[in-house]
Design a protein around this ligand. Sequence first.
Ligand code: ZN
Length: 203
Amino acid sequence: MQTVMNQMRIFSNIALRCGPNHTFTHHLRRTLCSSQDTKQDMRDPFRDRSRVITPEQSIQYLKSTAFKETYAHHKVWQLFRRNFKGQYSPYKSRSTCIIDDYVYTSNPCPICRDQYLVLHYTNMDLLNHFINPHSGYVYENTILCLCAKQYEQLLVAITLAKDCGLLTFEVPLRTYDYHEYYKHLDHNHHNHHNHNHHHIASH
Ligand SMILES: [Zn+2]
């Protein structure tokens, strides 16, 4: 702020000396507008993301009537459409929608546009929006259209939820022939095959 005041004084002195119609007044305005303080004031409050929303607040929001009125029976990503030039959608999504705690794009992704949607492994109501109920897999990002940063956060949250036992999933069924790994079982192979198999499997 001190430097801005100094610049203002210098420019106003020059402007007075050179007359009111001089281009230095234009210079002065441009210098002031590019300073950090003025930039903060010019920010759109609806795009500001400096407020930290905790996962607990997000969980409460997903149970509220405000959430139901906003999204009704849709998934949070269903009504979102990407803006793109030409006939085909781009292969990759943008890297992020938020730079310096501010939504810089006019069409942010479904997660970035609603600041109360926080991807966290305890926020299962939200994570279930992104999981295909028929297969149990996460939808591809070509369908979800999240920005790359939020899609990574989504995959991390779902992995953590699986680790903590909050999300059930099926593992593929595999059958093992334990005699390939435990050679000493071959001696008793013919006599106690069933017994040994059970013994190893229980460990
Ligand atoms: Zn985003």
